[in-house]
Every structure is written in C-alpha cells, then in structure tokens.
Design a protein around this ligand. Structure first.
Ligand code: PMP
Length: 305
C-alpha cells in the first residue's frame, strides 16, 4: 500500500512511522474508535487536488463521535484546515483516500465509554478502484445480518462494527461474488458490506431509508440529489424486500471507496438486461466529472487543496 509519509497524530503532523499507538489502547482493545473515509481526486488539466465534500464527511464523523460519548475541540472547519495542511505536506498529485479517526486513547482494561480520553488521528493513502468489477458486479445476499442500530449505532462509523462488514465481504468473495447485499433484522435489504444500495423499479429510484440500519452515506446523499436534479428521476426512500431486487431494472451500490458500482447480477439472476443500464451509466459519467472538479454546478461540493 502506498501510504502517506506523514500523519496527523496527537495534535500535530508527524512522520507516519512515529504515529503509533500502545497495544493497551482502549480503541484497539475494544474497537472504540470511529472513523471517516474521504477521497481527494486529482485534476490533471488544472493540476489540482479536490477533496470531495469534506464538510459533510467531518459532520458525520463528529456525529459518530457524539454517539460514542466522545468529546473534542475540533469542528468541521478546523478538521478541514488540518486535512488541507496534511495533504500539502506530502504534496499528493494523484487520487487518494483519507482516514480520519477519533479513538478512546486511555491505556488499560475497562469496557465503557465514559471518563476516557479521546484522541484524533489521520493518515492518507494512494487509492484507485475498490470494487474491481465496478461495471458488472455479481452480488449475493449475505447470510450475515447487518448490525442493528440497537446493537451498535448503525448510522455511526464505529470501528468495532466493521467486523460485520469484514465477515460479509470475505464470505461473499470466497464464494466467488464481488459483493453482498445485507439484510437487516427485519429482512429488508439495508446495504452492502461498506456501501449503500439503490434499485431502479418501474422507473423510480429507490434507496432504503436511513431508518433501515444503513450508514447515512455521503455518496448516497449526492446521488439522490443528482438523480432528482440532473436526471429528473423520482427518488423514493423506502424499505426494499429481498425478492424485489430480482425484478429491478437496474441496481447499483454507492460509497466513497466503491464510488458507483453497477450490479448486473444478484445470486445468478440478471438485473434488468444483465448489463449496465442507462440510469447508472449517466450517473457514473456525471459523478466522475463532479469528483474531479469539472462540473461548474457542483463546484461547491469540492474543496481545492
Ligand atoms: N455503508 C457503510 C457500512 C460504509 O462503510 C460506507 C463507506 N463509508 C458506506 C455505506 C458509504 O458511505 P459514503 O458514501 O459516505 O462513503
């Protein structure tokens, strides 16, 4: 992995090799850290790097921190400033992924959230595609269930909860699938291992609602806006049944890492014609331009480094 030379750790930028935590750290022992996953895209013509929707990412990060009883002096603006400083330090000139994390930093044993010290850190890495088959993914319905919001905050990015995602991803891949659809405890399709899902049914774009144990994805939110405003599509947030996806016209998954991944088969059944459909094709083209700062109407989503 092509990791950053520097990281933000314990209040300052340091060489990555010095950004280490002790093995007795609470966040490591109990998964009591929360994180974000953000991307920056390189625009070759403008010779500039654009961070995609950092305000929204840090807002969600601070919400996750709140759910885990973390306290911090940072706000969205100061986190953006610190991110820009870190990116400038390593002078990145390619597509990258940023991983900001808040963690319970006390050393020792004791399962709780209160009266513990919270720390912030961030590193960066070079990043390209996350799902190799992103134009024709074959997914399965996972035998694992998505974590329920009454078990671990489903709308928070809690590190410990990613054991669920890891089980889902590994079992799907080992069975020969690119990804998985994950049902929640009510049997509704919630999302993928680390991406939100959309289906097109009878011409209406349907994402599961935020109350179906999904992570409230920044990509999801962006796609809903683009589908309505640029494609003139009706978007209806509602629960999705398992068998509905078999008869959908189109299906795709969205995430910072996954971007827009087209699903063309679910458990060996073709979605629509079994090839990438017109709606997802249009969204992918539109989205790619926006990410690289090439679409004037959505410049406000990007922050130039
Ligand atoms: N669901 C889960 C569980 C995720 O980890 C992610 C990736 N952050 C997403 C959905 C997609 O969210 P976003 O578009 O904000 O990256």
């Amino acid at each position: 992995m092509d990791l950053s030379k520097h990281a933000f750790f314990e209040g300052k930028i340091v060489p990555l090799s010095e950004a280490n935590i002790n093995i007795a750290t609470h966040g490591f022992l109990y998964g009591t850290s929360i994180f974000g996953g953000m991307r920056s895209y390189w625009n070759e013509e403008k010779k500039r790097l654009f961070v995609f929707r950092p305000y929204d990412h840090f807002r969600r990060l601070l919400h996750s921190a709140k759910m885990m009883s973390m306290r911090t002096e940072y706000d969205e603006e100061s986190l953006i400033d610190l991110t820009l400083e870190l990116l400038r330090t390593d002078n990145w000139q390619r597509d990258i992924y940023m991983r900001p994390t808040f963690y319970k930093a006390d050393l020792g044993i004791g399962v709780k959230l209160h009266d513990l010290k919270d720390e912030f850190c961030m590193f960066v890495m070079a990043f390209d595609k996350y799902v190799p088959n992103d134009t024709n993914a074959h997914v399965t319905v996972s035998s694992w269930r998505r974590i329920d919001d009454n078990v671990i905050p489903a709308r928070g990015k809690v590190a410990g909860a990613y054991v669920n995602s890891a089980l889902i991803k590994t079992d799907a891949n080992r069975s020969g699938f690119d990804e998985a659809l994950v049902l929640d405890n009510n049997g509704h399709v919630s999302e993928g291992s680390a991406m939100n899902i959309f289906m097109l049914r009878d011409g209406v774009l349907v994402p599961p609602p935020v109350t179906d144990n999904i992570l409230e994805g920044i990509t999801r939110k962006s796609i809903i806006e683009l589908a309505r405003n640029e494609l003139g599509l009706e978007v209806l947030e509602r629960s999705i049944d398992r068998t509905e996806v078999f008869i959908a016209e189109e299906m795709f998954m969205t995430g910072t890492a996954a971007q827009i991944t087209t699903v063309t088969k679910v458990d060996h059944r073709p979605i629509g014609a079994g090839v990438m459909g017109p709606v997802v094709t249009k969204l992918r083209i539109l989205y790619e331009d926006i990410l690289r700062g090439k679409n004037r109407n959505y410049e406000h989503w990007n922050v130039a480094v």
